[in-house]
Design a protein around this ligand. Sequence first.
Ligand code: SAM
Ligand code: SF4
Length: 327
Amino acid sequence: MAEQLVDTFGRVHRDLRISVTDRCNYRCTYCMPPEGLEWLPRSELLTFEEIERLARLLVERFGVGSIRLTGGEPTVRARLAKLVEMLVPLGTDLALTTNGATLGLLAEDLANAGLRRINISIDSLRADRFREFTLRDDLHRVLDGVDAALAAGLDPVKVNVVVMRGQNDDELLDFAEFGRRKGVEVRFIEYMPLDAEEGWRAGSVVGLAEITERIGEVFPFEAHRQGSEPASRFRYLDGKGFFGVVASVTQSFCGSCDRIRLTADGQFRNCLFGLEEYDLRGPLRSGAGDDELAEIVRGAVGDKWAGHSIGKVHFIRPARSMSQIGG
Ligand code: SAM
Ligand code: SF4
């Protein structure tokens, strides 16, 4: 049996997020400034072979059971399906989070390469708002992307919505209706202070209690059994599917967090909000063996703190924004 990655609080880590690039073709207001960020030089990005080696180590040595590819925007990395093909033999639950803009072209290749699960981020179903949020006139393309993902047999297809007060919280019911009609699970995400421009305010967060109350007034639901995933899940009573809320701000799930992260430039992170990164790329490129890399990972997880304290005076933002860490 594989060794477990346990921290000092007894949390066992099995869920790995891999950012495959820090680049993105969108400029979501809550994530990236309009002018973009300074992208990492290509030589600093892990190659697919390096990603596969580190993922293999984490799976075979430490029993990691699920991998999600993210970014930046993962689909801007050329030949993403090739990476999927390389990771499938590891036998994990393999998923992708994307803005969906190019799924019309890529969904089938990704599914053929062995991808099963996908999350597509959409923050407004109104074309003008979508353009305002992302600086791209792409709503139709992303909606086609949802259809392409469904047609390619990806299952489940989920839609991620970051809910921001006064900006898109009047669309909660539209999204609920969209999810029910399409047969996709909408996951409402509480707005987190990881925007590049540091514009986040506590008042911009629409919390789980309010989201569920407003949906329940129109579409009655019941709480669904919670797995290890951070989203609270709800089942519509009329049988038309599920929705979820990722309440990272109002009901931090740090106590049961089993997530670890690898950034596009090969830094290992033990927490989205962590202030420290642990370099794996340097040792990897200078010929470190698996034992040496495993020791760095073990140490990094051992250092993991109890959790973030968003909204408290002692909260410190991490130096990198969501798109650079990998959401
Ligand atoms: N580009 C891909 C996408 O947009 O889905 C993957 C990377 S993105 C950073 C991953 C997820 O993080 C997306 O669902 C996005 O909406 C979410 N996200 C980004 N910034 C956020 C913030 N400040 N608060 C909450 N969620 C955020
Ligand atoms: Fe790009 Fe995703 Fe960030 Fe939007 S949320 S700017 S699509 S990385």
